[in-house]
Design a protein around this ligand. Structure first.
Ligand code: SF4
Ligand code: SF4
Length: 203
């Protein structure tokens, strides 16, 4: 099981300060068992966000956020997600990464992912998330360089990439190529202006 803990609500509200029309996605697997992403927590988050003046367009708890098949499958079950301008993902970092890959709507993490423990109910896609315990995946368009760049570079590519391929794993795309393209599609290249300090990278 992937071990996550809830970010303080103040941090979530700060993350969402420029967002509205939020769709909440929980996780019926690990996050539900840990009480950080099951239906009661999602409904509580719904209430807290509305009380904080945010408009929540809807919510859904898939059986496992890290194995949602497609954004259209989410839309089939929850047409209100079409109205969303952002999503809040109450799952582990892999769940956030999977949802972020499906759409250009910003996906914000409500949890910090810390470690593996116990048994996984589904496939654990560990290369998507390094379980760092301080989820910042939103700043990278939902594609985590901590989890997916072999050098874990947070301030841009290493320079070894050739034609978009990773220097270390040529069979894979350079994750920074993917991050740039995703942020460009989201019209959020401004997020790349942030320089990450060693304290932020290793809290
Ligand atoms: S920042 Fe990356 S490694 Fe850390 S929890 Fe989020 S997805 Fe996982
Ligand atoms: S080529 Fe890209 S993904 Fe590979 S190590 Fe360098 S920055 Fe990381």
């Amino acid at each position: 099981m992937i071990i996550s803990s809830a970010k303080p609500f103040e941090e979530i509200i700060e993350l969402l300060k420029d967002e509205d029309d939020i769709f909440i996605i929980g996780c019926g697997a690990c996050a539900a068992k840990l009480h950080v992403g099951g239906e009661p927590e999602v409904l509580n988050m719904y209430r807290l966000l509305e009380e904080a003046g945010k408009h929540v367009v809807g919510w859904y708890v898939p059986s496992a956020a890290c194995s949602v098949a497609s954004f259209s499958s989410l839309m089939e079950k929850n047409p209100s997600i079409k109205e969303a301008r952002s999503t809040l993902i109450m799952a582990c970092g892999s769940g956030v990464s999977i949802i972020a890959r499906m759409s250009d709507i910003p996906a914000y993490p409500s949890n910090n992912t810390k470690s593996l423990g116990g048994l996984s109910q589904g496939e654990v896609v560990s290369e998507l998330c390094a379980m760092c315990g301080d989820c910042k995946v939103y700043y990278f368009g939902g594609i985590c360089p901590k989890g997916q760049c072999p050098k874990q570079l947070l301030n841009g590519p290493c320079g070894g990439s050739i034609e978009g391929e990773c220097e270390v794993h040529p069979e894979k795309d350079c994750v920074w190529e993917l991050i740039y393209k995703k942020l460009q599609k989201m019209d959020r290249l401004d997020l790349l202006e942030k320089i990450w300090t060693i304290e932020e990278i290793e809290p």
